[in-house]
Write a protein that binds this ligand. Structure first.
Ligand SMILES: Nc1ncnc2c1ncn2[C@@H]1O[C@H](COP(=O)(O)OP(=O)(O)O)[C@@H](O)[C@H]1O
Ligand SMILES: [Mg+2]
Length: 277
């Protein structure tokens, strides 16, 4: 122990102040080193605590799976991150220092947070390629030309997205003729066209066939390999296992367990409230 660290001869108030300063510094460090940082978040709807002291920290480039029973607060958590719902209390930071609680939904989307809702919302009467073009043009309007990254031209970018979502050969087909699974991929592609830093995906494999489910796991892993940070909410445990990433189980608006899929699925409380025996 160095001389300066020795806890001698200080009045309690001084020690308290030093401890508080050290804690503030440590908190700041946790915020700046995270891509997404939620801590001590509370949300209530008419006195009902939907989110209750929620903390979740994601590193840049990480993919995280979120599981938990219906009503656990998974979708509300995404609402908080995207600015749809404002927390009553707590920290929500993005990309090291951006306080998301101070920004509206449009601004948050502009920062590079893309969200896929449960139900696909593609333009059915347009081709797949045109759907992606529309997504790019939304990007133009939202971000403005100043923020438009010109490193790759539009067609090149669309080609790459089509390849990622495995729809290259279907680019001229109408989106309305796609299978449910393919529509989900197209919507993920529409988000990718906007080149987000963080992708939030709510129950992507609900209603998919086993093959589509497997392909979706592969797709998300590939997107994550290309340096996107991903939060994926899903009930399908086979799918979650296939992702092979850290799992967070939410219950009653807070974190019940966090760890590998094996750790979380063997946790007694998780079994009790979610997985069943
Ligand atoms: N806008 C809202 N008004 C009132 N209650 C809400 C609202 N949004 C969510 N809730 C409630 O908050 C809880 C968490 O919901 P949700 O985040 O949708 O859970 P999950 O996605 O994990 O199933 C539920 O009990 C739900 O009824
Ligand atoms: Mg939900």
């Amino acid at each position: 122990m160095s001389v300066t660290e020795m806890p001698v001869a200080h009045a309690p108030a001084v020690i308290d102040a030093q401890a508080a300063a050290r804690e503030a510094e440590a908190r700041q460090k946790r915020i700046t080193s995270a891509l997404l940082y939620l801590d001590g978040v509370h949300v209530s709807f008419d006195g009902f605590h939907a989110i209750n002291n929620l903390s979740l920290v994601l590193a840049a480039g990480e993919m995280r799976a979120i599981i938990g029973p219906n009503g656990a607060g998974k979708t509300t958590m995404m609402d908080i991150i995207t600015g749809k719902t404002k927390p009553d209390e707590g920290d929500v930071y993005f990309d090291g220092s951006v306080d998301l609680t101070q920004l509206d939904e449009t601004r948050i989307a502009e920062l590079g947070i893309g969200r896929k809702f449960q139900k696909p919302t593609v333009f059915e009467s347009q081709t797949i390629e045109d759907n992606l073009l529309l997504a790019l043009n939304v990007d133009h309007r939202v971000r403005g030309t100043l923020f438009w990254r010109r490193s790759m031209d539009e067609s090149e970018r669309i080609d790459r997205v089509l390849e990622t979502i495995r729809l290259t050969d279907s680019r001229d087909r109408l989106a309305g003729n796609l299978s449910h699974g393919q529509k989900q991929w197209l919507e993920i592609g529409m988000l990718l066209a906007q080149d987000p830093k963080l992708l939030l995906v709510d129950e992507p494999v609900a209603g998919m066939t086993d093959v589509e489910t497997h392909q979706t796991a592969e797709l998300l892993k590939e997107i994550n390999r290309h340096h996107k940070t991903v939060v994926v909410v899903e009930h399908d445990m086979t799918f979650v296992r296939e992702l092979g990433v850290k799992v967070t189980c939410l219950h009653e608006g807070t974190v019940l367990a966090e760890g590998t899929i094996d750790q979380v699925s063997q946790n007694d409380r998780v079994v009790e409230v979610y997985l069943g025996r």
